[in-house]
Design a protein around this ligand. Structure first.
Ligand code: ZN
Length: 146
């Protein structure tokens, strides 16, 4: 199996069986996000304590890339500090727009390296991240990628 096929398989798996699915009754932050270009919608729930993300869940509907990206994001950011998350988002953005792996270890997020070949999919891959950022800054308006 090539690396590309492995990456594809992980995206399909997370797209079909998203991790950290559902709501959080004790969420300190929540935010809705929408990518009208593709029709992806999600709502993110976060429990932040100090500068750390203690828990995160999401629900919504959308294409495999958007759901898989949200699923993998929740796995990656749980337990991280806001500074670490900022760095991850920055590096993830380079990955999906330029297709190259930044110096930092992105772990499972590397599966989205192929997205750079499909610019229209970049918004699918980054929707959850933009929504997470808006949740943490207490944006009141729903996030839209437009
Ligand atoms: Zn999409």
């Amino acid at each position: 199996m090539s690396l590309r096929e492995l990456y594809q398989e992980i995206i399909v798996d997370h797209g079909k069986q998203p991790r950290n699915w559902g709501q959080l009754a004790n969420a300190t932050h929540s935010q809705a996000g929408h990518n009208p270009l593709c029709g992806d919608k999600l709502t993110l729930y976060l429990v932040a304590q100090g500068d750390k993300i203690e828990d995160v869940r999401f629900e919504g509907s959308g294409c495999a890339i958007s759901v898989a990206s949200a699923s993998l994001m929740t796995e990656v950011i749980k337990g991280k500090t806001l500074n670490e998350i900022d760095t991850l988002f920055h590096d993830f953005h380079i990955l999906v727009t330029e297709g190259k792996l930044p110096a930092a270890d992105l772990g499972k997020l590397a599966v989205f390296s192929g997205v750079a070949e499909f610019p229209i999919r970049v918004k699918c891959a980054t929707l959850a991240w933009h929504t997470m950022k808006a949740a943490l800054t207490n944006e009141t308006n729903p996030v839209t990628t437009e």
